[in-house]
Structure formats: structure tokens, C-alpha cells
Design a protein around this ligand. Structure first.
Ligand code: CA
Length: 225
């Protein structure tokens, strides 16, 4: 999942980016409101986290409002310094989906992100399920049938993206834009390589089950039965 984090406090930005990347998210960080808005209109983001107080010509609430006006549909999480009722109402009216009061713990932030990314109907609780495959973003666990599968953070992120868009054809560009951040140098070939790693762990050891990661020749990939 691709995350935009607009935060001017460098220490927080760096720590959150590092933590989320360890969990398999692809994170871009931006430190001011105006650059933040230019990023926040990008439909490739799956979630946007905005600090409320930002340097630049507007605050985080204004960034959220404008991004929504420009058609951004991704969930927006607002970080506020204090959780006054006014802040909360104003934040939620601006188009933000949730807010988190600073200082927050990293696990709290992750829980909010996961809650915002939860989408019916392929989701049962927080666990994504497809055929006999299940992925728990909170526990960072993947199983097929009753067999646990160990994945690297990138493989996990790729599988999560495929599962959230099961039965849809995903092009290599879509996969690159949602699974890697803008600093990553990713060739279309890299996607093939990671799809190969995933197949070796998710499909090949289970010859009696259906092979779920399918190539759609000329288009991309699809998780399907
Ligand atoms: Ca700030």
C-alpha cells in the first residue's frame, strides 16, 4: 500500500517512514503544505496522512479539503496537536476520515491506517481472505489452508495489494505505483521477479489447491481462482 505522509517534523517523518516500510508500506514523505498538496492529488496513494500544522500557505485541513476537491478518494488521516472538539469537527468536515492526536504511538498509527484501509466485502474483520488464502495485515501473517507462509515485507505488500483487488487485472504500472515509493527504481521486470517469488511461496507448494496468482498476457496479473 502506498502512503503519503506530510509532516514537517523531520524526526517523526523519518521514524514513521522507517517503521511503515518495515511493515511493507511504500512511503513518500513531504515536509510542507504546498508540496504536500501537489502530492496529495495523486490517485496512486492508498492513504494520506497529514499533519495539521504545516509550513506553507495552508494547514493540513486545507490540504485535505483541496485534495478532496481535486477528486482524491483515498482515506485521509489528520494528525492534530491537541484533540479539542473544534479541531476534530473541523478536521472531519474538511474531508479527513479520521484524526490522531499527537503525540501518538507508532502502533496506534498503524492500527488507524489498517482500520482506514479496511474495505468490504473481501475483508472479514481485519483479515483479507481469498479462496483458502488469508492475510492478516495487523499480525503480518499469511496462511494457505492451515499452512503458514513466510514472506518478505515487499512480497507481503504485493500480496496484500493483489488481495485487496482480487479478480481485477492489475497492470505492472499499477503494482509499481502502489507497492513501491517514488524513490524506488523499479523496472517492470522487478514486478515479474516479485510475482515469481510470491508464486513460489503461495501457489507452487499447494499443487492441489487452485493456483491464485495468474498472468493476464499483455495486461498484467490477477488474483483469481
Ligand atoms: Ca507540524
Amino acid at each position: 500500500m502506498r502512503v503519503l505522509f506530510v509532516e514537517d517534523e523531520e524526526k517523526i517523518a523519518k521514524a514513521v517512514k522507517r517503521g511503515l516500510e518495515l511493515k511493507g508500506y511504500a512511503v513518500d514523505t513531504v515536509a510542507d503544505a504546498d508540496t504536500g498538496l501537489s502530492y496529495a492529488v495523486d490517485p496512486d496513494y492508498d492513504i494520506i496522512i497529514l499533519d495539521r500544522m504545516l509550513p506553507g500557505s495552508m494547514d493540513g485541513i486545507e490540504v485535505a479539503k483541496k485534495a478532496r476537491e481535486e477528486g482524491q478518494k483515498a482515506p485521509i488521516l489528520l494528525l492534530t496537536a491537541r484533540g479539542s472538539i473544534d479541531d476534530r469537527v473541523e478536521g472531519l468536515n474538511s474531508g479527513a476520515d479520521d484524526y490522531l492526536v499527537k503525540p501518538f504511538s507508532f502502533s496506534e498509527l498503524v492500527a488507524r491506517i489498517q482500520a482506514l484501509l479496511r474495505r468490504p466485502p473481501i475483508v472479514t474483520g481485519s483479515v483479507l481472505e481469498y479462496d483458502d488464502l488469508s492475510l492478516d495485515p495487523a499480525r503480518y501473517e499469511v496462511t494457505r489452508g492451515n499452512t503458514p507462509i513466510k514472506l518478505s515485507s515487499k512480497e507481503f505488500a504485493l500480496l496484500e495489494y493483489l488481495m485487496r483487488h482480487a479478480d481485477q487485472v492489475l497492470t505492472k504500472d499499477m503494482i509499481i505505483n502502489h507497492v513501491w515509493n517514488e524513490d524506488a527504481i523499479v523496472m517492470p521486470n522487478t514486478v515479474e521477479v516479485y510475482i515469481g517469488y510470491l508464486r513460489a511461496k503461495v501457489d507452487r507448494p499447494f499443487p492441489k489447491s487452485s493456483q491464485l496468482i495468474n498472468t493476464v498476457r499483455g495486461f498484467g496479473y490477477k488474483l483469481s481462482k
